[in-house]
Design a protein around this ligand. Sequence first.
Ligand SMILES: [Zn+2]
Length: 71
Amino acid sequence: METSEPPPKTCRCGHSRGHHMVSADPEYTPWGWVRLVVGISTRPTKIKYRCRRCDQVVESTTAGADLDSYY
Ligand SMILES: [Zn+2]
């Protein structure tokens, strides 16, 4: 059976971005951190999805829709 679809993005234990063992790890600019510390909600510049079991980054995104969900 042949398929042209790319393999799903998973870590070595097979967890994908939506799995409960995979947590989002937003990254902010230095100025973004300052805003967070003083309690201003800040849009991350990048989100990494990291498996908490093997510590492998499953996927990273800079897509606007994904970043907005952490704003
Ligand atoms: Zn894993």
